[in-house]
Write a protein that binds this ligand. Structure first.
Ligand code: CO8
Length: 259
């Protein structure tokens, strides 16, 4: 049981909802700790193969770090909170299972950063995204200066971080910050359907594909290609590869066992 999160498990998927709608789902320390626990549990739960992360209420995904707490941090406290947040976002990014951010409203500051740590972002047409930290006299601290540039390029990331301006969902889509746009009332069904679709694939191939893609962007092309070949080899040792290729040749849908 969590104070600030709802976790709904309907195997093979789960939905995690940040549930502080009165403060637009701002991330206080307790919520960040709870996200850490929830994703640790979901990561090792064999029944869960894909996760949707969203925010409670109509107005907001997550409106950033809780500014009431931020106001109290000194240098040591600020660095510690940033490092903790970064570790939790790393856990999400390296979960080994797809995590889909379903963004229904504000995804600002830490909210935009957590969405960027997810593997796929779906936003309603009324969503607003941005890194407004500069207006508070600080900089993004949950990975925003790093992941935003990787997603949209350095120039656009620089402009967003330096102006602190929010952009609407259409613009975020145009920049490649989000994968899909939906009508507000369809957001959760689109996110759930995609989670179900991904959960229907072989979990090992999904995990290796995510690892090859994600880690590949952090090194050289040669390292990335080498990793890809090794992970491809690992796939060839799985029951799922046997089943997937056999099913194709027998003209029937594959039934993956995640082994
Ligand atoms: N923290 C705390 N409370 C918040 C936050 C927040 N981030 N965002 C909104 N709230 C509260 C408001 O104070 C208000 O509370 P109350 O009803 O008690 O007055 C309630 O939520 C509703 O908000 P508004 O009345 O402001 O709603 P509006 O529709 O008028 O405006 C906005 C919505 C535009 C989203 C506005 O609330 C806003 O600008 N929020 C702040 C957004 C922001 O600056 N986010 C970045 C925070 S810093 C950050 O995320 C850094 C991450 C890395 C941290 C590293 C740690 C050291």
């Amino acid at each position: 049981m969590y104070e600030n999160l709802l976790v709904e498990k309907t195997p093979p998927c789960a939905v995690v909802t940040v549930n502080r709608p009165k403060v637009l789902n701002a991330l206080n320390r307790k919520t960040v700790e709870e996200l850490d626990c929830a994703f640790f549990e979901l990561g090792r739960d064999p029944e869960v193969k894909a996760v949707v992360l969203t925010g409670a209420g109509e107005k907001s995904f997550i409106a950033g770090a809780d500014i009431n707490e931020l106001a109290t941090y000194d240098a040591t406290g600020g660095a510690a909170f940033a490092k903790h947040g970064q570790a939790v976002l790393d856990r999400i990014e390296n979960l080994g299972k797809p995590v889909i951010a379903a963004i229904g409203g504000y995804a600002l500051g830490g909210g935009c950063e957590i969405a960027m740590a997810c593997h796929i972002r779906i936003a309603s047409r009324k969503a607003k995204l941005g890194q407004p930290e500069i207006n508070l006299g600080v900089i993004p601290g949950f990975g925003g200066t790093q992941r935003l540039a990787r997603l949209v390029g350095e120039g656009r990331a620089m402009e967003l971080v330096l102006t602190g301006d929010s952009i609407d969902a259409e613009e975020a889509y145009r920049l490649g910050l989000i994968n899909r746009l939906t009508a507000p009332e369809e957001l959760m069904s689109v996110a759930r359907d995609l989670a179900k679709k991904l959960a229907g694939k072989g979990a090992l191939a999904v995990r290796y594909a995510m690892e090859a893609l994600h880690r590949g962007l952090q090194g050289t092309l040669a390292e990335g290609l080498n990793r890809e070949a090794n992970l491809f080899g690992l796939c060839c040792a799985t029951q799922d590869k046997l089943e997937g290729t056999r099913a194709f040749l027998e003209k029937r849908p594959a039934k993956f066992s995640d082994r």
